[in-house]
Write a protein that binds this ligand. Structure first.
Ligand SMILES: *[C@@H]1O[C@H](CO)[C@@H](O)[C@H](O)[C@H]1NC(C)=O
Ligand SMILES: *[C@@H]1O[C@H](CO)[C@@H](O)[C@H](O)[C@H]1NC(C)=O
Length: 186
């Protein structure tokens, strides 16, 4: 009898505990802030992007390829529509190192400064990118209103012809629950 009572108490406790955990995670899920939007990055060779160190082997320098080992540095405007004359609300500063022998892939590091209506600051991204196919880049953090932000950005080619190439950059940003507490005290 005592054992049955014990079991009963234990299962009630466990049930209460599981309820608590569920409601807590539900609560924080509710508070999770996110932002989803797209901008267009424009890169003009020898104007907003330069080869700083020549690559050593593989594909030649072309519209979409660079030799393995090429070090490229850029400071590209990001506009609200694919038209380069549209409003600039972001700047992408970074570097890319060609990491595949076909000259199409690179490892990219970038700081993207954003001036959105209600959010100012920057996010930092890092990851592999592809010159002619969509690629996801993890967001590793941010500054200003983007402090502690995580998520990913997807880059996809829009226009690869002509001296200026254009990529669509889709942002999927998520603020962890502790980011709210930080901004309250900041
Ligand atoms: C960019 O500048 C480099 C070095 O001056 C030159 O070799 C290359 O042809 C230029 N590329 C374009 C597309 O103008
Ligand atoms: C881009 O915007 C400019 C200025 O608003 C406009 O004159 C031009 O026609 C637009 N280009 C395209 C391809 O829509």
């Amino acid at each position: 009898m005592a054992q049955i009572l014990h079991l009963y108490v234990l299962s009630t406790l466990l049930f209460a505990l599981s309820l608590k955990v569920t409601s807590t995670s539900h609560h924080s899920h509710h508070e999770l802030k996110s932002l989803h939007f797209a901008l267009y990055q424009h890169e003009t060779i020898n104007k907003t992007g330069y080869i700083i160190v020549n690559g050593v082997v593989g594909a030649g320098v072309g519209q979409t390829t660079t030799p393995f080992g090429t070090l490229f540095v850029f400071q590209d405007p990001m506009t609200v529509t694919p038209n380069i004359s549209s409003k600039v609300i972001g700047i992408a500063e970074g570097t890319a190192i060609t990491s595949s022998f076909d000259g199409l892939r690179s490892i990219s590091i970038a700081k993207i400064t954003l001036r959105l209506k209600n959010h100012m600051g920057s996010i930092s991204i890092v990851g592999g990118t592809h010159n002619v196919k969509p690629a996801d880049h993890p967001v590793v953090g941010g500054t200003g209103d983007f402090m502690f932000v995580q998520g990913y950005v997807t880059s996809s080619p829009v226009d690869l012809k002509g001296p200026t190439v254009t990529y669509k950059i889709e942002f999927h940003l998520y603020w962890p629950p502790y980011a709210n507490k930080f901004s309250l005290h900041h």
